[in-house]
Ligand binder design. Structure first.
Ligand SMILES: [Zn+2]
Length: 439
């Protein structure tokens, strides 16, 4: 049983209140920071910063990341990629999913992600037949999270139809589907196994009345939904409802701070203002959005409106918060032809803005009393950050942090990565490779 680091002293640390020296952080048995005190000696070397949540993950896609980069004879886009992804997942059962997820979660921890919100829709066997144990695939993910020690929130996904106005799904979508009753039963069976939220796959995949009522199902936990990722989806929504997806959602659902809108790429000025006002988090996945040719989120206007955001690695073409945040800022620079869009110190602004507690269903972000003890320690002797001070550490980390200076990682009060090494990484990699070779 991994041990909670009851009290750790840090020489240099970024608290929610700002940079500080010689700080002791105490953690309770539940992995929550219970006390922070100043004036301590004997602290560990390095630059301690808050860990970041990976707010959008489909673990099984890790096995196919980078392996779908071939243009077909009719060209390639999101929908062509989705076809390939569907055909690849037919051999992924609970055992395979567990091995893939464990490899992925080790990679996340080593890169500075201390938690993951798993948007889980691969519930059944390839032909749609449920496993005898209906939580088998969820259990595989929970076991991978427990084995690696990453903070974990499971978001079982409701998926009921192929597109707006359709009654059912295509054959290759059968592994994803549940009736509302089966979905409620699944949530019930998962209670107590881990932190859980709810997720609707997208507006196209669930009937409208479900979207309107989802707050009553979520029991106060986080609510996630893919939305406005693709222009075709925006157009279908408009043809069906006479409204754009985010516009429709804001008018028809009780969107509040529990909501997490994944992508929200294609939004106009009213939708930017509406999301910001609702308190919902937008979950941006810049490397996946770039890989799939989705488009560019209007970050500058969203930040001006006071909008909240988190990041996710989604399809896992990158598993590294530095790359997500760098690409997020670079997309803006390339579009607007200016620099430092996110803030005066854009790396520091983005890292601290994207911590993602709300997406996980946690109360507080950052290193403060009451928050999860999720702490990343950067190696101050790494060339990537040498000579920096204060916020410059985060700017250098995000924009030029290679090789990665992420040296130690604490998740939920337990050191999971020490000196660039996760204790389970060799065995987990071996299991992943043997699984992968069978797929
Ligand atoms: Zn996704």
């Amino acid at each position: 049983m991994a041990k909670i680091a009851a009290k750790t002293v840090f020489k240099t640390i970024l608290l929610t209140s700002g940079w500080a020296k010689n700080i002791a952080v105490e953690v309770d048995d539940g992995g929550i920071i219970s006390n922070i005190s100043v004036g301590e000696t004997g602290g560990i070397d390095g630059i301690a910063i808050p860990g970041i949540a990976n707010a959008h993950s489909h673990a099984f896609q890790r096995a196919f990341a980078g392996k779908t980069e071939k243009r077909g004879k009719d060209g390639d886009d999101f929908w062509a990629w989705r076809k390939v992804m569907y055909s690849a997942l037919k051999d992924v059962g609970p055992e395979e999913l567990r091995a893939i997820a464990a490899q992925l979660y080790v990679e996340m921890l080593k890169s500075g992600y201390t938690g993951v919100a798993e948007f889980h829709y691969l519930h059944h066997q390839a032909d749609g037949t449920p496993y005898e144990n209906r939580t088998a695939m969820s259990d595989a993910l929970i076991t991978a999270a427990t084995d690696t020690g990453i903070d974990f929130t499971l978001l079982p996904v409701l998926y009921m139809r192929g597109d707006f106005g359709e009654a059912g799904v295509d054959d290759d979508q059968r592994p994803f589907t549940n009736s509302p009753d089966d979905y409620s039963a699944l949530l019930q069976m998962l209670q107590g196994k881990c932190q859980i939220g709810v997720a609707l796959h997208s507006l196209r995949a669930v009937p409208e009345e479900i979207v309107r009522e989802i707050n009553s199902v979520s029991a106060g936990g986080p609510i996630h939904i893919h939305i406005a990722e693709q222009v075709r989806e925006v157009n279908h929504c408009f043809e069906t409802h006479g409204k754009r997806p985010v516009e429709w959602l804001l008018e028809n659902a009780d969107v509040n701070a529990a909501w997490n809108l994944v992508h929200a790429t294609h939004i106009n000025a009213d939708e930017v203002a509406g999301i910001a006002e609702s308190g919902a988090t937008v979950v941006l996945c810049p490397t996946t959005e770039a890989n799939l040719g989705d488009g560019i989120f209007p970050l500058e206007n969203f930040l001006k409106a006071g909008g909240r955001y988190a990041i996710g690695s989604d399809s896992h073409v990158s598993v590294d918060p530095r790359e997500e945040l760098r690409l997020l800022e670079y997309g803006q620079r390339l579009t607007l032809k200016r620099r430092a869009i996110a803030g005066e110190n854009p790396g520091a602004t983005l890292w601290q803005g994207a911590l993602g507690a709300a997406a996980m269903g946690d109360a507080l972000d950052g290193i403060q009393v009451g928050a999860r003890a999720n702490i990343v320690v950067l190696d101050e002797n790494s060339p990537a950050i040498a000579g920096c001070k204060g916020d410059e550490f985060l700017d250098a980390l995000v924009f030029a942090g290679q090789p990665s200076p992420v040296r130690d990682v604490m998740a939920g009060g337990v050191w999971r990565v020490k000196d660039y090494h996760h204790p389970g990484e060799d065995a987990i990699k071996a299991a992943y490779l043997s699984t992968f070779n069978k797929l």
